[in-house]
Design a protein around this ligand. Structure first.
Ligand code: MF3
Ligand code: CO
Ligand code: CO
Length: 270
């Protein structure tokens, strides 16, 4: 297991990459409304990346056994868990959509963050899922400090989500990130406290829980990318990139347009 430790310059470069990814979300947020297609969201994200002078890490991305990913971002609607491919289908009132942005700076650093958007007035169940998934992510982030273990993060997320009658997707996880998009470690969103790799200053990884109202089981669609809930229940996801610091944790993917940090973690931010 080799987890890269980033030095001050690396952390500074990642701060820039992650802030820019978050600012792509800020830029599209006002447009994510009834009637827009996810392909239009994709184009707006691509435009904003171009304006910033960064590139999409997802377009053409092709891990072993996958076709090249066709979008500048991922757009995952309702029962789509993740890796939704932008399409010409219009979003309608009551839909929920995750937009997941990963950028590469000219210096080669990756910034990765995602948010949920509610399209018009959504059902109580949909709003609750989005809000609780956001909180679940922050419960995970709240565990990050030197000496803590990866299992502490997963446990905090699982405990919170399952405590609210929701289920945690097992097949996809957070990941180390830096000069590569996906590197070690794998950051599971479930687990046992006190287990797994010990966190050390300079580690940088994402926390990106995918949480369902129904069962945790997934199904992959024939396009080779789209992952949906097997029972077609709603799924939500939020993602931040964080750095382990000597003092605890720095959330790198902050931006003015992101939703407020829940009160229970505020003291942790710097
Ligand atoms: N951004 C996703 C993540 O958080 C990965 C998307 S890979 C893609 O790790 F190819 F589907 F875009
Ligand atoms: Co992402
Ligand atoms: Co990620």
């Amino acid at each position: 297991m080799t987890i890269t430790i980033k030095d001050e310059a690396g952390i500074a470069a990642m701060r820039t990459a992650c802030r820019l990814a978050a600012q792509v979300l800020d830029a599209v947020a006002p447009h994510v409304r009834p009637g827009i297609t996810t392909l239009e969201i994709d184009r707006l994200c691509a435009q904003e990346m171009a304006r910033q002078g960064v590139r999409s890490a997802t377009i053409g991305y092709q891990p072993q056994g996958y076709p090249p990913y066709p979008g500048h971002v991922c757009t995952s609607v309702n029962h789509v868990i993740c890796h939704g491919i932008p399409s010409d289908k219009k979003l309608k009132k009551g839909d929920i959509v995750n937009v997941d942005v990963t950028v590469i700076t000219p210096e080669g650093w990756h910034g990765d963050t995602s948010r949920m958007f509610e399209i018009g007035d959504c059902s109580i169940a949909a709003r609750r899922l989005c809000a609780l998934t956001h909180e679940a992510m922050w419960h995970g982030i709240g565990q990050v400090r030197p000496g803590a273990r990866l299992g502490d993060i997963g446990h905090a997320i699982q405990q919170f989500a399952e405590g609210h009658g929701l289920s945690v997707v097992r097949e996809f996880c957070g990941h180390g990130i830096g000069r590569s998009f996906h590197e070690e470690p794998q950051v599971l969103h479930y687990g046992k406290p006190g287990t797994g790799e010990e966190l050390k200053p300079g580690m940088i990884f994402t926390i990106e829980p995918m949480i369902n109202t129904g069962r945790a089981d997934i199904r992959s669609l024939a396009d080779g990318w789209t992952i949906v809930t097997r029972d077609h229940s709603l799924s939500a996801q939020w993602e931040h990139t964080v750095a382990v610091t000597p003092a605890g944790c720095e959330v790198l993917s902050l931006s003015p347009g992101m939703p407020p940090v829940p009160g229970f973690v505020k003291e942790l931010l710097r």
